[in-house]
Structures are given as C-alpha cells and as structure tokens.
Design a protein around this ligand. Structure first.
Ligand SMILES: Nc1ncnc2c1ncn2[C@@H]1O[C@H](COP(=O)(O)OP(=O)(O)OP(=O)(O)O)[C@@H](O)[C@H]1O
Ligand SMILES: [Mg+2]
Length: 271
C-alpha cells in the first residue's frame, strides 16, 4: 500500500468503485440474530454514514466488518474478496481498521506511544518513522502533545489521537463508531473536519453516528439501520432532507428546520 492520493478516491466520486459490500449478512452474539440480512455497499473514497436507533445493530455491523464478530451467513466482500471468515488481524493486513465506540487509548502511555501502537504489526522501523511523520502532519496534536499522558487529554483530543493511531497501518477502510459521542460542540466540529480530511487523504470511511445531522452532512452516502436491516439508503443530503429521517433521527434542530419550513409556507399562503 502507498500513501499516495488517488484523485478519484479523494474526490469521493459518485462513480467510485465498490470497496466494501455486505450481502445478506446475519450475525449475533448467541443464538439470537442481531443483524438479519444486512445489504450495504461502500464506494471507494466515500464517507458513508450509518444511522439508526440504539440497539439497531450499528456497532455490530462494524464488528462484523472488522472481524470482532463472524457472520452466521452472508458475505463481507472487500474489493470483491469474501473476508467474512478471516481473523481481525488478517483484515487489518488488508487495510481495514476499526476505531471502537469506547475510548481505546492507553491512558498512562504518552500520545506518541499510543500512536506507535497503531503500527504494532509492522517491524520496518523506517516505514514506521515515515508513517509517524505523515500522521503527525494530518494530526498536529501527535507532535504538539507528544509526551503527554493520553489520559490527561480532553475527550476531543483523545479522539484525534485515536484517529491518528488508526492511520498507522495506512488503512484503505476506516470504521468509526460514534466518534463524536460525548464531545462538546467545538471538539465535535474538529472530529467531523478530521473525518473529511481522512477521505481527502484517500481513505474510505464507514461512520456510525448518533449526531446524525453532522454525520450525514459530511457523508457522500448514508444508510438507516433498523432492527438489524438496512431500511433506507441515499446520499447524505437525501437523508438529511427526508422528513421521516428528520422526524426520527435529526432531533430538535430538524424540528427547527421543519417548523421554519411550515412558517415559510404559512407566510406564502397568507401573502
Ligand atoms: N457483546 C454482546 N453480547 C450480547 N449482546 C450484545 C453484545 N453487544 C451488543 N449486543 C446486543 O446487540 C444489539 C445491537 O447492539 P449494537 O451495539 O450493535 O447496537 P447499536 O445500533 O450500535 O446501538 P447504540 O446506538 O446504542 O450504540 C443490542 O440489543 C445489544 O444489547
Ligand atoms: Mg453502537
């Protein structure tokens, strides 16, 4: 793999080739199924946002892609290759990284050491140094707070370090589970800016977000997962403008938008 940009990938071209496809994926934790036939396609270089209610199975989808969980049936295809029986390590080797929902840094280790941990399967020191330099360019906090204990950073700063760490294996596909959860508005904004920067850097991002409005706004494509199935797909913009999506997932700001629209149409009717 190289760190060179591919212009088609970077632009999130709608005609992008498919990097990831889930076909008829069923999975669960015991006898019961959580995913009940998930169909999902992700284009190379796109940001794809998965939204849906708590417990719908969004995190389970990401685990099934990264190999923390193996599907009971169906396929997870990476560039056409069925990876659904491979281990997490084998999927990492193919460029699939997973940034989980919970904070995952080692709090007493330094920022720099944490980022280095992202390269744990590499042994080529020159390559690791080169990657560190590249990652620090994208995430200046890696050098600015190099020696600080990761646990002493704010939630937003820790998330930036986690994103930086995820780049150390030069991934093609980054799975982000609720990266903005628990962050204040400023830190949330930085996270979404970083996600856009990852795509501009040629990565494909599959993003799970409770902050659906912000998640959809940065995404090329999006899907709604309900009760273990994909209920709706479209561009990020289409889902942002879908009244049912707004009612169910976009919260107060969506109601604001809708009431503004109602007010506008009332004014138009009165005129
Ligand atoms: N390790 C586990 N063992 C057993 N059941 C689990 C496990 N992890 C998740 N589940 C169950 O699977 C279902 C889907 O969980 P999942 O975490 O995928 O949902 P989610 O859509 O990510 O929800 P949230 O928005 O709350 O993060 C839930 O009913 C949950 O209780
Ligand atoms: Mg989840």
């Amino acid at each position: 793999m190289t760190l060179n940009l591919n212009s088609q990938q970077a632009s999130g071209d709608p005609a992008a080739t498919t990097i990831l496809a889930l076909t008829g994926v069923t999975a669960g934790y015991g006898a019961g199924l959580i995913l009940k036939g998930v169909e999902l396609t992700v284009g190379t270089g796109h940001i794809v946002c998965l939204i849906g209610p708590n417990g719908a199975g969004k995190s389970t989808v990401l685990k099934t892609i990264s190999g923390l969980l193996h599907p009971k049936s169906g396929q997870v295809l990476l560039r056409g290759e069925d990876i659904s029986r491979l281990s997490s390590r084998e999927r990492l080797n193919r460029g699939v990284v997973h940034v989980p929902q919970d904070r995952s840094l080692f709090p007493s280790m330094s920022v720099w050491e944490n980022v280095l941990m992202g390269a744990f399967i590499l042994s080529n020191q020159a390559l690791i140094r080169e990657r560190m330099e590249r990652v620090a360019e994208l995430f200046p906090i890696v050098t600015q707070r190099r020696s600080a204990a990761a646990g002493s950073l704010s939630g937003g700063e820790q998330k930036q370090v986690e994103l930086a760490r995820s780049l150390m294996l030069d991934p093609a596909l980054i799975l982000l589970d609720e990266p903005s959860i628990g962050l204040d508005p400023k830190a949330r904004k930085s996270v979404f800016a970083s996600i856009t920067a990852l795509a501009e850097d040629g990565r494909t991002v599959l993003l799970v977000e409770q902050n659906a409005r912000s998640g959809l706004a940065v995404s090329h494509r999006a899907a709604v997962l309900e009760a273990g199935r994909v209920a709706l797909t479209g561009t990020g913009e289409e889902l942002l403008n879908d009244p049912e999506v707004a009612r169910l997932y976009l919260g107060a700001s969506a109601r604001g938008t809708m009431s503004a629209a109602v007010t506008a149409s009332q004014k138009a009717a009165e005129a």
